[in-house]
Design a protein around this ligand. Structure first.
Ligand SMILES: NC(=O)c1ccc[n+]([C@@H]2O[C@H](COP(=O)([O-])OP(=O)(O)OC[C@H]3O[C@@H](n4cnc5c(N)ncnc54)[C@H](OP(=O)(O)O)[C@@H]3O)[C@@H](O)[C@H]2O)c1
Length: 306
């Protein structure tokens, strides 16, 4: 595994983390504690120290609760826990951006994660209107001073949201989470240059384009999970045709495509780490190996590789 400083924080994150939206049950599989334990145990064995979760991955902080149960039997200090705020999911899912709502979510996240601090607390893809709330950021700063939050971050909803990115430093946020993968390079235009200029850490999310960049799906595929069922079939088929073309023209014959796709993201000088969502210990292990790839993607050849 390789490690990098996450922007201006003092966190040294593994370049491959574990995304845990999957633990909430939206990806066609309900998890139990033993399965989550197996995934996180393997993650630790392969040197991963970063877990990305959220207040609303599953009802009642479900993903965080699985992680918290695991952490209560492991060494909390070995992990960097990134979670998020802005939604409430008890019986039904809703946006919840008021100061009081977010304060309550923070306490519920701490309780679910069975910890007394969060390493990276991220604004969860809210609108610019939700973002422009001085009272919210003041309350969050107080929580940083109180030690409940170590660092603030912003998970931007659209990967071209330069408005929230440019204000990160002013809001005392030190990392941006953004969709970035071989099929969607939009952040390269404005978001990444701003991150480099402000020395912000970058967590590349959806780095496998929801699994499409593993190369295992073909046009016409029918998904059974909620997340991928939401996508329009014509758009899915078009993306999968592009994946096939990329496989033939860019991916070395002996490479495993999912690893290659993660390695591709990691070559951009703005990207600190990738956080692929994982459903099994085998996927964790395969994804971790991307840290050792030394690929120079076709369109990054003139970029400075760090
Ligand atoms: N707004 C936000 O802040 C936001 C939004 C989205 C995601 N996220 C975070 O980012 C993380 C990653 O995004 P994502 O999970 O949506 O998409 P992703 O990482 O691009 O894709 C994850 C899916 O790829 C497949 N996969 C993973 N490793 C694989 C491997 N080695 N070989 C083959 N298939 C593999 C798995 O599904 P199958 O095996 O079923 O194909 C897995 O569910 C999330 O878990 C979450 O933590 C944050």
């Amino acid at each position: 595994m390789k490690y990098r400083r996450l922007g201006k924080t003092d966190l040294n994150v593994s370049v491959v983390g574990v995304g845990t939206w999957q633990f909430g049950g939206d990806w066609g599989k309900d998890f139990n504690q033993a399965e989550v334990d197996a995934i996180l145990t393997r993650a630790k064995e392969v040197g991963i120290n970063l877990i990305d979760t959220a207040e609303c991955y599953g009802p009642d902080h479900l993903s965080e609760s699985f992680i918290g149960d695991f952490l209560s039997r492991d060494n909390r200090e070995d992990w960097i826990i990134a979670t998020k705020f802005g939604h409430h999911w008890h019986k039904k899912w809703s946006h919840a951006w008021s100061v009081d709502d977010v304060r309550q979510q923070l306490d519920e996240s701490l309780r679910s994660l069975q910890t007394d601090y969060i390493d990276l607390y991220q604004f969860h893809s809210g609108s610019d209107e939700d973002f422009d709330n001085d009272a919210l950021w003041t309350m969050l700063d107080k929580q940083v001073q109180a030690g409940k939050i170590r660092n603030l971050g912003i998970s931007i909803g659209s990967n071209q949201n330069i408005y929230q990115t440019e204000q990160a430093t002013e809001r005392n946020a030190k990392a941006i989470q953004v969709v970035y993968n071989r099929l969607d390079k939009a952040p390269e235009e404005a978001v990444f240059p701003s991150c480099i200029e402000q020395d912000l850490g970058v967590l590349a999310r959806v780095p496998l384009a929801s699994g499409f960049l593993s190369g295992k799906y073909k046009p016409g595929v029918q998904f059974s999970d909620k997340v991928r069922q939401r996508k329009e079939q014509a758009a899915v088929d078009e993306q999968l045709r592009r994946v096939e073309q990329i496989k033939q023209t860019e991916v070395p014959e002996d490479a495993e495509m999912a690893q290659w796709a993660l390695g591709w993201c990691l070559q951009h000088p703005a990207v600190t780490c990738v956080i692929p969502g994982c459903k099994s210990p085998e996927q964790v292990e395969a994804n971790a190996a991307a840290a050792d790839l030394d690929i120079v993607p076709v369109d990054h050849r003139s970029a400075v590789v760090r």
